[in-house]
Design a protein around this ligand. Sequence first.
Ligand code: WTA
Length: 663
Amino acid sequence: MTDDDGQLEARLEAQDVFEPSDAFVSQANVSDPDVYERFDAEWPHCWEEAADLLTWESPYDQVLDDSDPPFFEWFTGGELNASANCLDRHLDERGDEAAIEWVGEPVDEANRTYTYEELHREVNEFAAALREQGVEADDVVTMYMPMIPELPVAMLACARIGAPHSVVFAGFSAEALATRMNAADSEYLITCDGYYRRGDPLDHLAKANEGLADVEHDTTTVVVDRLGPNGDDFGHDLGAAQHDYGDLVGAHAGATVEPVTRDAEDMLFLMYTSGTTGQPKGVKHTTGGYLSWVSWTSQAVLDVKPEDTYFCAADIGWITGHSYIVYGPLALGTTTMMYEGTPDYPDRDRLWEIVEAYDATQLYTAPTAIRAFMKWGTEYPDRHDLSSLRLLGTVGEPINPRAWTWYYTHIGDDSCPVVDTWWQTETGGMMITTLPGVKKMKPGSAGPPLPGVDVELVDAAGEPIEPGQAGYLTVQKPWPGMLRTLYRNDERYIDEYWAEYSDVDSDDPDDWVYFPEDGAKIDEDGYITVLGRVDDVINVSGHRLGTMEIESAIVGVEGVAEAAVVGGNHDIKGEAVYAYVITEDGYEGDETLREAIVAGVEDAIGPIARPEQVVFSPDLPKTRSGKIMRRLLENIADGEEIGNTSTLRNPEIVADIQAQVTE
Ligand code: WTA
């Protein structure tokens, strides 16, 4: 227990609604309460307001083309380039201002500032280099990179030449990289020699090379030298198909590359994400709709202004970093921060040190981080002047009122609105959250849908539910930032997101309903509390993982006959991976097998998916028809009472498993 617990408890008890301060509202980008009604009345033309934030080479003819649902198209006929929108158009007024402030993990290393001018220059040079390597418009370029500035440079260089990028989180395994490169037929990889984690240089290229060995076609690789001499010990020697990033950029010093004209509906990037089945889904985002969406939400929700120093402490390897470290902030011409390391290295006040040193104006992070800050105690933020902060945000998982109130009190000093933003890889950007300059906040509730976003909570039959009840989230109308399809798999796109609540034979767009696979509650004011996934996806520290992917990794380990993976509650991570495993005849559920299972999961996915507990059992609780009772396994993981087990084929197994988990 920390010192402030008593006060926090008192506050939780006393206050469940918070108003944004007058000081915030008076300067907010959006403060007109009529925005909700206006957007409803004007829909879909309200989204011209988002498109107007961009610079178009040729104007669009139609805001929404809904003639072929669910393949909705936005701003059709319009032409633009994302890199020109994020760079070129800011040069005149903001060329000397910082576009990116990068902080490396080692404290004694010099941080790097890229002005818009400098970022523009390097993006042009690298775009020229990529072209020389053969990259053409519509070639998918994979990036397997940690939080180093060359990652956004590479993304924008690809956008400049019309090549969609597919960024694979650096913490993912070699196998995960290979799966994604194969799925996208990607012939180009940009990676780096290594990076720092808690003071140690980590050999990233070895992992990339291991992945490349499983890629089914020839690839060209570009390697950024992140570590300098600290990477010498790894003994890397770039092969003939591998090029040094610095050499390539150097060879094109001063080059300029005209931004390629892209249709609004041309693909900007692919992002693979976890779903119900084992195969990751390639979510396709487009140039016009996506960029409009992230720009509009960045200014309306995060209140981003050009003069801000905006800090999103996510990783660019996930959608949050794409939308709200790179594209949204840069399209608006602000300064976006990037931090390479973890918030507790070398000490637990690293993030607060950065906020203070750079006078950060917004902080956008995940509830898992906030829960960790809370556990570490207030002495760390208290050591720093955080008064530059104007707004706080959270994303990725539900935030409980306690963590929300702690964040509001101790980081925001009671003066910063907190936006709890619900969205997904597939939605491109925020969908449900308060507009901080307009709406009151209720801790534990994301808030109402954004203006122009038509969210409805329904029951299993698709009928609207009453306030106070729990149901399923649906989105009843399309929005510009939505995914357009799953890469090369239109059928799966319909199955995964639309089939549940749509009339799939209808040509009427009103008959099509998007299902995000989340459960939620709604209150009398229309405020939505998102409860979490209702499919086989779990959320570990804000990272989205498919239980099927983890299960197939475990079943691949010698000695394992069957496995069931569920998410159990975890104080810091939100959810943790619990693996229940039946061994094959002749194998013991011992420490050796446990280690092999953990290693198997790390190899297939990465350390983020590592099981918190592996429970061996001769059988798993199953229904009479042989279906594993996952809900019951979740209850066991959470140490909850187990109700009636009479519908099980093998009720006797439950106590046995319970005994192991509570051990
Ligand atoms: C969950 C991350 C509650 C949700 C941007 C969703 C949330 C999944 C919130 C998407 C929130 C995201 N409150 N739950 N504010 N934000 N989620 O694709 O279950 O990595 O479906 O996108 O995270 O995860 P993804």
